[in-house]
Design a protein. Structure first.
Length: 979
């Protein structure tokens, strides 16, 4: 066992175990889906709109959405609204436009508005555009023509629209960006994207998608409003940091931040989540110019509308919000004026009041009265907060005559019970602004519901605490606030050390001394460098911890800004606040962000294993066991140091302008790189490869019959043979495997290279089962010989009593017997100087096992191509363009000699040179392929090509007669490997 495992492998397996813990945490990191379904009010219809480009792309289509009586107009191509075009994403459908379209139609109809929206959708044949970038150019061209076709539908209308709104999901948002950059300026007014990976695709598996992103510009057309919405942590497919647009005036927002939505949505749910759909429709309707009945041509106006509904909602009419700051309120002061005593109190306004009520908060120039936070529950009044000077006597108090608005400073707050509005003002600043002001006034109009005010007047320095976060490996809970002040509503925890997306903490807010059972406290993580707030309710039946983490690492330009945890407390309770580091959460965040990096590291480990086998064949003239090569050849010291130095060197300006940027530089710019990341990813990959080796070894024995039967059934159905005939054909193919390789070459040329790789993977596995059988036979023969030699001739007593020195001749005799047996298996004209030595079963087994891993990695990278080919088979039997063509063709050509001949030829020259070249390929992979995974096609294919050429064409080594005799015999090598 010590020959295949050591301390480094054990440490790698421990790191891999931690990764699997993180992966399970990540996959289970979702709560109850609180998104409500959107329902259509009438039967939906999708009317196809013909256009000339349909002949070129019969797999695509343009459809108009309609319901009920509007269907007749759509079928007659009669459209009078504002055009909205939906572009689906990966495996998406034009039918996903229904949610936004149905709600928009119902809103326009119920409100009797003089305008409405016409929704169109592109059927992209549910293509895997997120995995195969070759289809993106087709979708882009079709969408480009569709925009002009939609505008043509309005040519005969009096109020003809001059622009189209683009609404896109997932990768469709990237297509929409490309359209805006290509089309004339002003043709696209708004681009609204949901869960779209604008920075880069999570898995860059082909060069086409890489080039598509590279063609995008960082400068936005000035007349287009961009909005990017991410679903938060429930979206397992597209991390939030990838959805951010780099345009300076673009709106990037998470669904957990959006007012009246305040929840996370997964990658598909985000297209139909009712709370989000309502917010988007409100923003679209408010972006319409009431004069032209079309989308406003003022980009700043459109941006303000979307910011109001998606970023900061104060409950006011957004069309009137510009008139609120520093303006006089046109209200009367008739009603009950009340000035409660104290700095913290609760006001309950009973229902069915006969007159308005005015609650007064006195402005005092004292530290304890510097700031005030008011939370209003169940308040329907829009204009409810003012500042004024109470100088007019009225009975036993003084009242105000002129009021200045403060309602625009309030905001809608997340709530589990009732509707909530929160207002926080600096009362000292109000006094400085106008010395005549004496009170902040809260107004409540007569209502049928109970209205509650939670009032908290305080010194901000006493309610703000800078938190030093516990070490990420510490499991101890750290108390931040032993007990909050009595009846306190507002408290802030500043966390300057929270700046990396991989950090994860649990915040505990435990209620104490509650006087009311239906309590609610809210913890909100506010991120100043992005609209990515998220929250947690602490209620009577849910006191679980708040998961504190970021969607995106803090950018460099925000290095002086700190995240803040804002606590909105129930004044009927006092609370204890504590925090601790959550190690499973950290592992979950790392699994969420860095799992794609493992593919390139696994490939590098496999290449380093192959390098170790090459060097072992050069030095010891036999192929080392896969696990022995893995143990001895994949130490991270040299390769990671080389990768680090070369990456730094290539990141210098003279090189970065002429060569592709190292992927490590891209990760650093995203803020997701840290010092130990390459080491952890590499060590974890070593453990993964070791486990995969175990799985493959077991599968070769356990699954041999199953795979053989499945192959027979598949062959029988494909070629219309009987099972018995299929068995004969399979036996023949195993004897002449070059025929299979030739078929794979044909598949690469006529269908897709990925199909050849997939078929080759199955056949290669079956070839490995044959090698494993031969290897097992050798093992059995070895043990039988060993047992037979023990019982062949019993030793006499005199021989047993001889000293150990006299036993050596008998050992040499035994060895000579084994050598005689081996000589019978060798050809009579064996000459190491000019012929190849016979390839032993264990050499072939270990060699092909490593090459099989390389083949599997190339296949995995190119699986999207075969999925796309199968999906579009009814339109074309050939995938064009085919990202997998070259890898599939080259690997299939290499399979011709690789499977046909008995390789490896131990006596070939150049093993050290080949190993050095493979080492360079591993380094190049770690530099250029962690994110651009498609580049692994080149390095892995190159490794197979050079090994094939070396085995095929390299001359034999010239060995002396003594060196030839020094080659260890078969049994001694096996014994050494097993001990």
């Amino acid at each position: 066992m010590s020959s295949v495992i050591n301390g480094f492998i054990i440490f790698s397996l421990i790191i891999t175990l931690f990764y699997f813990v993180g992966l399970l945490t990540f996959l289970n990191d979702y709560g109850e889906n609180k998104c409500e379904m959107t329902y259509m009010f009438e039967y939906p219809q999708y009317v196809k709109i013909a256009q000339e480009i349909d002949e070129k792309y019969p797999k695509y289509g343009l459809y108009a959405y309609s319901e009920g009586s509007l269907t007749a107009d759509s079928r007659n191509m009669y459209f009078t609204g504002i055009p909205v075009l939906f572009i689906p994403g990966n495996a998406g459908s034009h039918r996903q436009a229904r949610s936004l379209a149905s709600v928009a139609l119902r809103k326009a109809k119920n409100a009797r508005l003089p305008f409405h929206f016409d929704h169109f959708g592109i059927d992209v044949n549910n293509e895997f555009s997120g995995l195969n970038g070759a289809v993106l150019l087709d979708q882009f061209e079709y969408a480009n023509c569709s925009i002009y076709r939609i505008l043509d539908l309005y040519k005969e209308r009096k109020n003809q629209p001059k622009s189209v709104i683009l609404y896109a999901h997932s990768v469709g948002g990237v297509v929409a960006r490309r359209l805006v950059e290509t089309l004339p300026e002003g043709l696209i007014s708004i681009v609204l994207t949901l869960a779209s990976p604008h920075r880069r695709i999570p898995l860059t598996l082909d060069s086409y998608i890489y080039d598509f992103y590279k063609a995008l510009n960082d400068t936005k057309p000035s007349n287009t409003t961009f909005v990017s919405v991410t679903g938060g942590n429930d979206d397992f497919l597209v991390p939030s940091f990838l959805t951010s647009l780099t345009y300076p005036d673009a709106i990037n927002v998470a669904t957990t931040h959006i007012p009246r939505t305040w929840l996370s949505a997964d990658h598909i749910c985000i297209t139909w989540c009712k709370q989000l759909i309502l917010a988007l429709n409100r923003a679209l309707f408010d972006s319409v110019d009431p004069k032209t009945k079309q989308i406003s041509t003022d980009p700043q106006f459109r941006k303000n509308m979307f910011r109001h509904h998606l970023v900061h909602h104060n409950g006011l009419n957004p069309l009137l919000r510009d008139g609120y700051p520093n303006s006089k309120a046109n209200i009367r002061n008739h009603g009950d004026w009340i000035e409660p005593l104290g700095r913290q109190y609760v006001v309950n306004v009973p229902p069915r009041n006969s007159s308005p009520k005015f609650y007064m908060l006195r402005l005092l120039d004292q530290p304890q009265h510097e700031a005030a936070t008011v939370v209003a529950l169940n308040l329907e009044t829009v204009d409810w907060a003012f500042v004024c000077g109470a100088h007019i006597p009225n009975d036993k108090t003084r009242v105000c005559e002129e009021f200045t608005h403060l309602s625009h400073l309030s905001e809608l707050s997340p709530s589990h019970h009732y509707k909530r509005r929160a207002l926080t003002v600096n009362m000292r600043d109000l006094m400085k602004t106008n010395p005549d002001w004496t009170h902040v006034v809260l107004r409540v109009l007569p209502t049928d519901e109970t209205v509650i005010f939670h009032v908290d007047i305080y010194n901000p320095s006493e309610r703000q605490q800078v938190v030093e976060l516990p070490h990420m490996l510490s499991m101890k809970r750290q108390t931040l606030v032993a007990q909050t002040p009595e009846k306190a509503v507002h408290f802030e925890l500043v966390v300057p050390q929270l700046y990396r997306v991989m950090q994860s903490y649990q915040l505990f807010v435990e209620s104490m001394n509650c006087t009311y059972e239906m309590r609610q406290a809210t913890a909100t993580l506010k991120v100043p460098w992005g609209h990515q707030n998220h929250h947690k309710f602490f209620i009577h039946d849910d006191d679980g911890p708040f998961h504190v983490r970021l969607y995106e690492s803090r950018p460099e330009w925000a290095s002086n800004q700190s995240a803040v945890i804002e606590l909105t407390l129930d004044p009927n309770c006092r609370y204890k606040v504590s925090i601790r580091s959550w190690f499973p959460g950290i592992m979950g965040q790392m699994a969420r962000l860095y799992s794609p990096l493992l593919l390139v590291n696994v490939a590098a480990v496999v290449l380093m294993t192959l390098n170790a086998q090459m060097r072992h064949m050069e030095d010891n003239r036999d192929c080392s066991f896969f696990f022995v090569a893995l143990k001895e050849g994949v130490k991270p010291y040299y390769i990671l140091t080389t990768v680090k130095l070369v990456s730094k060197f290539l990141s210098v300006k003279p090189f970065i302008n002429n060569f592709p940027a190292p992927d490590r530089l891209v990760m650093s710019q995203e803020g997701n790189d840290f010092f130990l990341l390459p080491l952890l990813a590499y060590i974890c990959s070593v453990g993964i490869v070791w486990l995969l080796g175990i799985v493959l070894s077991v599968s070769l024995i356990v699954c041999e019959t199953t795979v053989h039967k499945l192959a027979l059934k598949f062959l029988a159905k494909t070629v219309s043979f009987t099972v018995s005939w299929s068995d004969y054909v399979m036996s023949a193919l195993h004897k002449v495997p070059c025929v299979v390789a030739a078929v794979l070459v044909g598949l690469s040329l006529t269908t897709t290279g990925s199909l050849a790789l997939c078929v080759g993977t199955v056949f290669y596995f079956m070839r490995l089962t044959q090698h494993s059988q031969d290897y097992i036979e050798e093992l059995l023969w070895y043990y039988l010989r060993k047992i037979g030699d023990k019982f062949k001739r019993p030793k006499p007593k005199e021989e047993k009593e001889q000293p150990k020195k006299e036993e050596k001749p008998s050992t040499s005799e035994e060895s000579s017997d084994l050598e005689d047996l081996l000589e019978k298996k060798e050809p009579s004209n064996n000459n190491n100087n000019n012929t190849d030595a016979e390839t032993s079963a264990h050499d072939a087994m270990f060699f092909h096992m490593t090459i099989f891993f390389v083949w599997c990695l190339v296949t995995i990278i190119n699986v999207p191509s075969v999925l796309t080919w199968a999906h579009n088979f009814k339109y074309s039997t050939t995938l064009n363009p085919d990202p997998s063509f070259l890898p599939g063709l080259i690997m299939s050509i290499c399979a011709l000699p690789l499977w046909q001949f008995d390789w490896p030829k131990i006596e070939r020259r150049g093993y050290k040179g080949i190993g050095l070249f493979i080492n360079v390929l591993a380094v190049a992979s770690l530099i250029y392929a962690p994110i651009s995974i498609f580049r692994l096609n080149y390095t892995l294919t190159a490794a197979v090509v050079v090994v094939t050429l070396q085995q095929l064409a390299a001359p034999n080594r010239v060995l002396s007669a003594g060196a030839a005799r020094e080659r260890p015999n078969l049994y001694e090598m096996m014994k050494a490997k097993l001990e």
